[in-house]
Design a protein around this ligand. Structure first.
Ligand code: LLP
Length: 441
C-alpha cells in the first residue's frame, strides 16, 4: 500500500486504497461522494473518539480532577453529540440555539455550560429553566439579569466568571480573545474582574464556583497558557483574601491548535496538559490555594482533524505568467475561514493523493466574490473537470459558520463509523429549505 502524504492533517483512519484513492476507515472517498453528492463533508468517528480520549487521558494523568468540555460551536450535530456524551465529556453552548440543539440530542443538561458575552433574558430563562449545569457570566449586566431570572424561577444558578487576563496568545487578531482590547470577559487589569467577583458573590440567587478565561484560538504556543494561569491564580488568591471567594473550579478555556498544514503541526495534547497542569499546581502552591477542579474546553481540536471537505472540480482558468484558478462547487459559503482569517489548508487530489507534481493552482469557490478562494498556490497533480479535491482538517468551524450566500444550499455531512458504515448525519439543503422562510403575500 502506498504511503499517505500529509497523514498528520488527515483523519487517523485515512489511507490510500487498492485503487490508489483516498479512503477513510477503508471507505473509498470517491464512492462516498458518488452516493451522497458534492460538495460533501465527511467525518471520521474514530478520530473524534481518539481526540476525546487523548484529552481525557492526557489531562487526568497530570491533573486528575479535570473535566473535558467540548465546545459545540466548533461543530454540533446530534450524532457527534452522542459520541461526545459516550466518551464522557461535558459540552458548552453560546446561544439558546446551541442549547436547544444539545437538548434535542438529549445531552445531559447538568453537563452543559452556557458561555457568551451577551446572553439575552430569554436565553437565560431557557437555560435556567432547563436546569443547566453552569453559566459562565461575561458582563455586569448579566450578573444582575441572571440573578433576577434565577430568582423568578425560584432557583440558585451555579456560575463561573469569565476573566480577561490581558495575555496575547499570538494568533490571528480576529480569534484572539484574552487581550485587554476584547469584548470578552472581565478585565483583571482594569479592576473590573474584582468588581465582578464582589458583585456576583453578593447576589442571592447565584452560586459562584470559580473563574474562567479563554485566550483565543488556535494557539500553537504553550507559554500564553502558563502566563495566564499564573496571573489568574494570583488574582484568585487576592479575591479569596479580600472577598472570601473560594475558587472551586478553574477553566483555562480551549484553543488547542490542530495541524492544517503538514509543515506546521501543533504541540501534542499531552504537552498542553503538562504546561497547564504544572502552572496550575505551582500557582496553587505559591498562593496557598486549594487545587480546584479544572475544566478544559476544546472545540477545534476534538473535531477539526476528523472532518474532510470534498469538492468537485469544474472550470479551470489559466492566466499565463500569473496564476491558474481551479474552480470547485463549494467555497466561502461552506468554509469562510480562508476569506475571514486567511486560514490555510492543504489540498489533496482524492483520485490521486500521491500523484506527481503537475503545477501550482489556486482553488476558487463558486460564490460571487473575488475573495472566495479556499487555498492559494497549492501544488497539485494534474486535475481536470470532474476530479475530486479534498481539504483536510475541515471538521471545525466550517459547517457551523456556513451561510446560504448566493442562495446556495449547504452541503450534506456523512459520518464514517468505526464499523466502516457511512451514515448521512445532515442532509443536503434543498431549494425548498431555502425558500421556506420567505413570506409570500
Ligand atoms: N471556550 C470558549 C469560551 C471559547 O470562546 C471557545 C472558542 C472555545 C472554548 C473553543 O476554542 P477551540 O478549542 O475551538 O479553539 N471561528 C474561529 C474560532 C472561534 C473560536 C471561538 N471561541 C475559527 O474558525 O478559527
Amino acid at each position: 500500500m502506498r504511503k499517505l502524504p500529509i497523514a498528520d492533517v488527515l483523519p487517523i483512519s485515512a489511507s490510500i486504497n487498492g485503487a490508489g484513492r483516498l479512503a477513510i476507515q477503508g471507505r473509498d472517498v470517491r464512492e462516498i461522494v458518488e452516493e451522497f453528492g458534492s460538495p460533501l463533508y465527511i467525518y471520521d468517528e474514530a478520530t473524534i473518539r481518539a481526540m476525546c480520549r487523548d484529552f481525557v487521558t492526557s489531562f487526568r494523568e497530570v491533573y486528575p480532577q479535570t473535566e473535558i468540555e467540548y465546545s459545540t460551536k466548533a461543530f454540533s450535530n446530534p450524532a457527534v453529540l452522542k459520541i461526545i456524551e459516550d466518551e464522557g465529556l461535558h459540552i458548552d453552548v453560546v446561544t439558546g440555539g446551541e442549547l436547544a440543539f444539545a437538548l434535542a440530542a438529549d445531552f445531559p443538561v447538568e453537563k452543559i455550560n452556557f458561555h457568551g458575552n451577551n446572553k439575552t433574558r430569554q436565553e437565560l430563562m431557557e437555560a435556567v429553566e432547563a436546569g443547566i449545569g453552569r453559566i459562565t457570566i461575561d458582563s455586569f449586566h448579566e450578573i444582575e439579569l441572571l440573578n433576577e431570572v434565577a430568582g423568578e424561577l425560584g432557583k440558585t444558578q451555579v456560575v463561573n466568571l469569565r476573566l480577561s487576563p490581558s495575555v496575547d496568545p499570538h494568533t490571528h487578531r480576529l480569534t484572539s480573545t484574552g487581550v485587554l482590547d476584547s469584548k470578552f470577559g472581565f478585565s483583571i487589569e482594569t479592576g473590573d474582574a474584582e468588581k465582578a467577583v464582589d458583585s456576583a458573590l453578593s447576589q442571592s440567587n447565584l452560586d459562584v464556583k470559580g473563574l474562567h478565561f479563554h485566550l483565543g484560538s488556535p494557539l500553537f504556543e504553550l507559554e500564553p497558557y502558563d502566563e495566564a494561569v499564573e496571573y489568574v491564580c494570583a488574582f484568585a488568591a487576592r479575591m479569596k483574601y479580600v472577598h472570601g471567594l473560594e475558587m472551586e473550579e478553574f477553566s483555562p478555556g480551549g484553543g488547542m491548535a490542530i495541524g492544517y498544514l503538514g509543515s506546521k503541526l501543533p504541540p501534542s495534547i499531552a504537552e498542553y496538559a503538562t504546561t497547564i497542569a504544572d502552572s496550575l499546581t505551582a500557582a496553587c502552591t505559591k498562593y496557598g490555594l486549594t487545587e480546584p477542579r479544572m475544566i478544559i474546553e476544546p472545540g477545534r481540536s476534538i473535531v477539526g482533524r476528523a472532518g474532510v471537505a470534498v469538492y468537485t472540480v469544474g472550470g479551470i482558468k489559466r492566466i499565463p505568467g500569473v496564476r491558474t484558478y481551479i474552480s470547485v462547487d463549494g467555497g466561502m459559503g461552506d468554509n469562510i475561514r480562508p476569506a475571514l482569517y486567511e486560514a490555510e489548508y492543504e489540498v489533496m487530489s482524492v483520485d490521486d493523493p500521491t500523484g506527481e507534481f503537475f503545477g501550482t493552482a489556486t482553488i476558487a469557490g463558486k460564490f460571487c466574490e473575488s475573495g472566495d478562494v479556499l487555498a492559494r498556490d497549492v501544488k497539485l497533480p494534474e486535475v481536470g473537470p470532474g476530479d475530486l479535491l479534498a481539504l483536510p482538517a475541515s471538521g471545525a468551524y466550517c459547517v457551523p459558520m456556513a451561510s446560504n450566500y448566493n442562495v446556495q444550499p449547504r452541503p450534506a455531512i456523512v459520518l464514517v463509523t468505526e464499523q466502516s458504515e457511512t451514515r448521512l448525519i445532515r442532509r443536503r439543503e434543498t431549494y425548498a429549505d431555502l425558500l421556506a422562510t420567505s413570506v409570500y403575500e
